[in-house]
Design a protein around this ligand. Sequence first.
Ligand SMILES: CC(C)(COP(=O)(O)OP(=O)(O)OC[C@H]1O[C@@H](n2cnc3c(N)ncnc32)[C@H](O)[C@@H]1OP(=O)(O)O)[C@@H](O)C(=O)NCCC(=O)NCCS
Length: 219
Amino acid sequence: MQVNIVIIGAGGHGKVTLDILQYDTSVEVIGFIDDDENSHDKIISGVPVLGNMAALPRLIQEKRIEGGIIALGNRKVRAALFEHLKEMGLKPVNAVHPRAVIAKNVRMGDGVMIAAGAIINTDSIIGDDVIINTGATIDHDNMIGDHVNIQPGGNLGGAVTVKAYTEVGIGATVIQNISIGEGSTIAAGAAIISDVPDNVTVVGVPGRIFRADKREKGT
Ligand SMILES: CC(C)(COP(=O)(O)OP(=O)(O)OC[C@H]1O[C@@H](n2cnc3c(N)ncnc32)[C@H](O)[C@@H]1OP(=O)(O)O)[C@@H](O)C(=O)NCCC(=O)NCCS
């Protein structure tokens, strides 16, 4: 039986998440939820934007919604909505593209999005509410924390740890055995060859700390 679900976030990332979930016969995407009123009543790839987060409790009843996934870029907002979803009794679902390659023993949390062409190699662990975006590669024995976003084409070598709320930018490269702290940002195209502390932005080749980010968690 199909489970009715919603996608939180009706932007570009939401649209890609819908495309992935439309391959999954175990779920039916009933609609998008978005707080941007300009998006309301829009139809995205055949699926309507139903309303804002405040309307969700009513929609859960009316449309028998049982699950959802967060599809927003901002890590802090995503994390808060992920918790909110669970508080409302919705199951966080995973969106895994059928053409992602995931080793048999990878352990994956809830509310995870794995896009087309992504590769996750053996013995890696993926936390909750993680995005592994288009064509990103996560090699063996990686530990990817909750609410992490690996942007398209990010490449992580073997035994890399990425702590919660960190973003690895598009096309960035991380060599083997590196630990990247919590709430940090790795710039697009950066090459990370040494450990990265919490709450910093790192840019360049080789990566250097560009600024400290005074943030509690994430962006
Ligand atoms: C690093 C990053 C977070 C900085 O963003 P920001 O805080 O808005 O910074 P700015 O754009 O104001 O740039 C600040 C400085 O950093 C430099 N810079 C920004 N991004 C850079 C990058 N990827 N590599 C090298 N230098 C970079 C800018 O040239 C600028 O330098 P200047 O002060 O000498 O002029 C952002 O540029 C980035 O790379 N984000 C990743 C985005 C991504 O992966 N998107 C994928 C979407 S699918």
